[in-house]
Design a binder for this molecule. Structure first.
Ligand code: ADP
Ligand code: MG
Length: 459
């Protein structure tokens, strides 16, 4: 802690605390995450991963890493301080007043640019949620909290252990399937839905209904105020089949967002990061022949790279649903002491982060039965008005209607349909790039010319 003065606590979580600090030498403020280091070396290594991954990221829409150090059993990660709080707080501040569509799109594009950056570096965030998106007073939006992030071994790799927040967890995790970058896209879709509706896309009164709704249920339309393109965007990102969800690059380079991207970049960001952003959003793979009814992206995501790789199921996960059918409604009176088994690693003083392992549905259910929900998944509060055990997310209002447990969760066939072929556009010719790319290119080139001139003048 030498060299920093603590001004106040700005957040508290499973890891320890987030502090606002003043760097004595520069008189600048920073956010500092104070993480208890655990005795076991693997846990300690895990905690260090957050600093290592964050340090690899350099992007205007990712919380900037400054330094990290260890002292007296704590790991300290010093990073840029975002003075506008987190996005969940911002959504709550609205008190039901909808955001203008322009604001939503501006924020959302900034988050997409951040997500695109980490995906290009083969890093999955795995805990994308409004609480992990930070704002600055000057309108910048930054993705933070890399405590759950994971580096994939290859661009095509699927990962098998998941850490995250159940409200934002995609169907493939509940269905015990491997996950990849498209799982982050799902969570990103949940954020877009929250920005538009000021509530979570899936409201339920039990774990069983929450998971059923995530896996197959209908999604309530966005408020009528918002455009059709915004509705489509949400629907695409919340497709049940990951390969039908657009990648971050597709989101930015194609379709309705493309013409707006440049407007979200300030001249200063263009100066500093223009080339990098261009590089990350340019289509790097050769155009492939498209066969009607399929898409290149589908083939990429579903083709087994090794004989052991699991394939996506195309039908409703009957084993999961059958098992879930028998699941009791959970309530908040369960308080687990220590580890009761199941597949949850519950947070306690000795466990750095909440996480659960991929296990068959039966094990998942035993986890849901025994887990101490309020501790294991900190974004939840579970309230029990009367005898009803209600599972509510942090954006829920007392008045939100949630389905009764006996009400069947409807099947939304649309979510099972692939996206239209022409929407699946990860593999396009460069000359089909949207205007913002060429516009940005011009600006970056212009900057180079100016820089060159400046250098000449200096010489
Ligand atoms: P975790 O979710 O693992 O507990 P976070 O990194 O999300 O840890 O930090 C917890 C809270 O601290 C955040 O929700 C936010 O309110 C605050 N916080 C963390 N980092 C920053 C930052 N760079 N700028 C401003 N606030 C921050
Ligand atoms: Mg967090």
């Amino acid at each position: 802690m030498d060299g920093y003065t603590v001004l106040r606590v700005i957040g508290e979580g499973s890891f320890g605390r987030a502090l606002l600090v003043l760097q004595d030498s520069s008189n600048q403020t920073f956010a500092m995450k104070e993480i208890r280091l655990l005795k076991s070396s693997s846990d300690t290594q895990n905690s260090r991963k957050e600093a290592v991954l964050l340090a690899k990221m350099k992007h205007p829409n990712i919380v900037a890493f400054k330094e990290s150090f260890e002292a007296e059993g704590y790991l300290y990660i010093v990073m840029e301080y975002c003075d506008g709080g987190d996005l969940m707080q911002r959504i709550k501040q609205q008190k039901g007043k909808l955001f203008p569509e322009d604001t939503i799109l501006n924020w959302f594009i900034q988050i997409c640019l951040g997500v695109n950056h980490i995906h290009k570096k083969r890093v999955l965030h795995r805990d994308i949620k409004s609480k992990n998106v930070f704002l600055t007073q000057n309108g910048k939006v930054k993705l933070g909290d890399f405590g759950s992030a994971r580096l994939l071994s290859s661009p095509m790799a699927f990962a098998c252990t998941y850490v995250g927040t159940p409200y934002y967890v995609p169907p493939e995790i509940w269905e015990n399937l491997p996950y990849n970058n498209k799982s982050d896209i799902w969570s990103l879709g949940c954020i877009l839905y929250e920005l538009c509706s000021l509530k979570h896309p899936f409201q339920a009164n039990s774990w069983k209904n929450l998971i059923l709704k995530i896996c197959q249920g209908p999604i309530q339309p966005l408020p009528a105020l918002y455009s059709y393109k915004l509705q489509c965007l949400v629907k695409q990102m919340l497709k049940r089949n990951p390969s039908h969800r657009p990648s971050a690059t597709t989101l930015l380079c194609r379709g309705s967002l493309a013409p707006l991207v440049l407007k979200c970049l300030s001249p200063q960001i263009i100066r500093e990061y223009g080339e990098q952003i261009l590089d990350e959003t340019k289509i790097s793979e050769p155009k492939k022949m498209k066969i009607k009814g399929t898409s290149s992206e589908d083939e990429r995501s579903t083709a087994p790279a090794s004989p052991h790789r699991q394939r996506w199921e195309t039908h409703v996960p009957s084993s999961t649903l059958a098992a879930l059918g028998k699941a009791p409604i959970l309530n908040s009176s369960v308080t687990a002491e220590g580890d009761r088994g199941g597949s949850v690693i519950k947070y306690s003083e000795n466990n750095a982060r909440r996480q659960w392992l991929r296990e068959p549905p039966e094990a998942l259910l035993s986890m849901l039965r025994d887990a101490d929900l309020s501790l294991a998944f900190q974004t939840y509060t579970i309230q029990r008005p009367g005898a009803e055990g209600l599972l509510r997310g942090p954006l829920s209002e007392e008045t939100d209607s949630v389905d009764g447990d006996h009400e069947p969760v409807g099947l939304d066939l649309d979510r099972f349909e692939p996206r239209l072929d022409e929407e699946d556009t990860d593999f396009e010719d460069d000359d089909e790039n949207p205007d913002w790319v060429s516009e940005l290119k011009k600006q970056v080139e212009w900057r180079d010319v100016c820089d060159g001139k400046l250098l000449e003048e200096c010489a």
